[in-house]
Design a protein around this ligand. Structure first.
Ligand code: PMV
Length: 308
């Protein structure tokens, strides 16, 4: 048996603008993860068992464009094995789907790692990240690549699409409360809607993306210096710009508002938006109180994570 695991993630700054080449910051969330076990199977075929999504199937029963099929076949190709050994792939994930926590990327990364290791030809992190990027395209259409990067390397990253992927140095640990609206939202749709807006008025939206990029650069400095209160202010500004992009929602705005009014240093939506998760930067001693307040006003779930 060969096992591998990959964490969830949150985007701290720069979602959407990152698709247009501006920098973004993202960090892993190890409190949730995807776990994959690969074992030899007595029966011929590649058997997939993913109880969380009620999926039990042999690989050839899945559509060619099914993300699980794409990552499994992609991994066989990447290691250079053309015949399919009889295997069983068990997938379990605690990362909620379609909520901006990187569940698709984490499942892909854990599969590529466990499967390639089981075949005796473990792939490098860069190869794993590339394969996961391929499946992200199925979910997102035109992904920036930030999800597969942070999930693969499992460390805070400063990311610019196609240019740089630098490990972010965290000057002092900080605490984030993640609040789930419980509303699944397709990143593909919010990304397509932002593109439509951009096409209607490119100069305006380029300016907005520049402002977001500027916030991400300032946030990087604040994180390196360990300046949490300034970081909170930057989050609030980023949320306001995301609202103008029409990717917030009444539920996200309510959770953001409640987090701020119960003492968060700053709060914003995280990821594609319209639903999914928001994040609040909090003093560690306020984390439980703010998480409770979020649940009281309707958050389906909350996670408290420390970025370090
Ligand atoms: O919804 P998520 O967390 O997968 O994040 C999407 C982030 C976007 O910037 C909106 C899209 C992308 O590909 O970077």
């Amino acid at each position: 048996m060969t096992a591998a695991s990959a964490p969830g993630k949150i985007i701290l700054f720069g979602e959407h603008a990152v698709v247009y080449g501006r920098p973004a910051l993202a960090v892993p969330v190890t409190e949730v993860h995807a776990d994959v076990e690969v074992t030899d199977s007595p029966q011929p075929g590649i058997w997939i068992d993913a109880p969380d999504i009620s999926l039990q199937a042999e690989l050839t029963e899945l559509a060619d464009a099914h993300p699980l099929s794409v990552i499994i076949i992609g991994t066989f190709k990447a290691v250079g094995i053309t015949y399919k050994l009889p295997l069983k792939i068990h997938i379990h994930s605690t990362i909620p789907v379609a909520s901006g926590l990187g569940s698709g990327a984490a499942v892909s990364v854990a599969i590529a790692r466990a499967l390639s290791a089981h075949l005796g030809l473990p792939l490098s992190d860069d190869q794993v990240s590339q394969l996961a990027y391929g499946t992200e395209r199925l979910y997102h259409g035109t992904p920036s690549g930030i999800d597969n990067t942070v999930v693969t390397f499992a460390c805070p990253v400063y990311f610019v699409k196609g240019q740089t992927n630098e490990t972010l140095r965290v000057g002092a640990p900080f605490t984030v409360v993640i609040g789930d609206t419980g509303i699944p939202a397709l990143t593909k749709e919010s990304v397509a809607d932002v593109r439509r807006l951009w096409e209607e008025d490119i100069p305006h939206w380029e300016k907005v993306f520049d402002e977001v990029g500027d916030l991400a650069r300032r946030a990087r400095e604040a994180i390196e210096r360990g300046n949490a209160s300034y970081l909170g202010e930057l989050m609030n500004l980023n949320h306001a710009l995301l609202q103008t992009m029409t990717v917030s929602s009444p539920d996200l705005d309510r959770l953001v508002h409640v987090a701020r009014s119960t003492g968060a240093l700053g709060a914003k939506l995280s990821g594609g938006g319209r639903g999914g998760n928001m994040i609040a930067l909090v003093k560690p001693e306020r984390a439980e109180i703010i998480a409770n307040a979020l649940r009281t006003v309707g958050a389906r779930n909350t996670i408290i994570t420390t970025v370090q």
